[in-house]
Design a protein around this ligand. Structure first.
Ligand code: GDD
Ligand code: MN
Length: 402
């Protein structure tokens, strides 16, 4: 290729953030599999990108010559980081560059990079030299030993931060503790869950659709991937010499939203929480319809109560079918199947109301409990009853069509 003609940029994948078995083909058409793909997400790193690419390339060239690629994913930086990277391509044949114009954000940049990557192992390193490149070799060592993932950690042996203020240390630890409370099974698996410097085998992520928010891509990978063996390597988080950090208060809010989103989408606790949220929404629907029927249509008390309750049940069913049990519902599609689930859901809910009446009577009349406490305990019991029976009955996979 002549000097005047720049190397082509990578196409930008769109649509879902799913990691596939094979890369989304590059325009250059070279889809030969490689052993390793390193993503460098950049925004305004014009002064760092050249040095970083040079260092990473030197290390990888020695370790796995010709079997790696380095992919810079830049979000159309006004300082022209992508263009600088693009001009480096003639010097570094293993380098590829993506310029994103529509989407933005660190985590999605990494995933878009992985989507076009050809490596069997996928990695990420910050683009500002705060992550020492030489740690790449230690991380690669953990993968070679059989690790499914290798994480560079500030909290493992040999790790640390250079000159962090008390406030920054406090915020960092606070974020970690919050993560441990909300997602112990995810955040508790590594000593530095906030790390943005790691490698993971592609096979652990195939078929996983990522839905990250903000900066913490590692948490997303740990939560949605299948990663049995994790190796850790200590590293010193360096001070930034060039450019500026993009971390603002928004990143902390995104982090919180990210944790909550994962909590709601993972495991049995997530399902129960979703069920609770839907149930809560039903109370409002019930009240609103009841108000409408009584005040505007002048319907009788009993009829209004029954009708509004049924509308609420219908509301709850829809949300549960789409969200709470959406994964199960999608495995048995079709109107008929859905209608059957609706009938079962109705039955369980009606039985719940009868049971609740019995319980309130039992607590109040037999045990002499305060009537409001009795009602509250009965409601709590019924939530569990409803959840359990609906899980076992209504959304049970009955016949799965292949
Ligand atoms: N493509 C793209 N788009 N890259 C971005 C964006 C974006 O919107 N925002 C930030 N980056 C790039 C930066 O250019 C840099 O290379 C890297 O992502 C990290 O951003 P910084 O703003 O320097 O973040 P930090 O230093 O506070 O925190 C980083 O280091 C932590 C410690 O390992 C983050 O990467 C954390 O995830 C990491 O844990
Ligand atoms: Mn940084």
């Amino acid at each position: 290729m002549s000097l005047s003609q720049p190397h082509p940029l990578l196409p930008v994948p769109s649509g879902s953030l799913e990691i596939r078995e094979l890369p989304i083909l590059s325009q250059a058409g070279d889809d030969r599999p490689l052993r390793f793909s390193l993503i460098i997400p950049t925004y305004q790193e014009a002064k760092n990108v050249k040095k970083l690419v040079h260092k990473c390339n030197k290390l990888l060239k020695r370790e796995i010559p010709g079997e790696y690629e380095i992919i810079v994913v830049d979000d159309n930086s006004p300082d022209g980081t992508w263009e600088i990277a693009q001009n480096l391509m003639s010097e570094y044949p293993q380098l590829r560059v993506m310029r994103r114009v529509e989407e933005r954000g660190l985590s999605t940049a990494v995933i878009r990079g992985w989507q076009v990557a050809r490596g069997e192992v996928l990695g990420v390193i910050d683009g500002d030299l705060q992550h020492p490149p030489k740690t790449l070799l230690e991380l690669w060592g953990e993968i070679k030993r059989g690790g499914d993932m290798a994480v560079a950690s500030r909290n493992a042996e040999g790790g640390g931060v250079s000159k962090w203020s008390i406030v920054r240390r406090f915020l960092s630890r606070g974020a970690q503790i919050l993560g441990l409370i909300l997602l112990p099974g995810v955040v508790g698996r590594v000593s530095d869950p906030m790390s943005g410097y790691f490698m993971v085998r592609r096979k652990c992520l195939i078929g996983c659709t990522m839905s990250p928010l903000g900066y913490k891509i590692l948490i997303e990978v740990l939560a949605r991937g299948r990663v049995p063996w994790i190796g850790e390597v200590g590293y010193q988080f360096k001070e930034r010499l060039e450019g500026e950090s993009k971390v603002t208060a928004k990143q902390y809010i995104d982090y919180l939203r990210h944790l909550l989103r994962l909590r709601l989408s993972l495991g049995p606790i997530g399902r129960l929480l979703r069920f609770g949220v839907v149930g809560f929404s039903g109370v409002f629907v019930d009240m609103a319809v009841f108000y409408l029927l009584r005040i505007h249509l002048g319907l009788g008390l009993t009829r209004s109560t029954i009708l509004s309750a049924e509308v609420a049940i219908f509301n709850n069913f829809l949300w549960n079918d789409l969200w709470t049990f959406g994964d199960i519902a999608r495995r048995q599609p079709g109107k008929r199947q859905r209608f059957r689930r609706f009938l079962k859901f109705n039955t369980v809910c009606l039985a719940g109301i009868i049971l609740q009446t019995l319980l309130v009577n039992l607590f109040f009349n037999v045990f002499g409990m305060n009537q409001f406490v009795a009602k509250l305990v009965a409601i709590a019991a019924i939530v569990f009853w409803n959840f359990w029976l609906n899980l076992k009955l209504s959304w049970r996979v009955t016949d799965v069509k292949k």
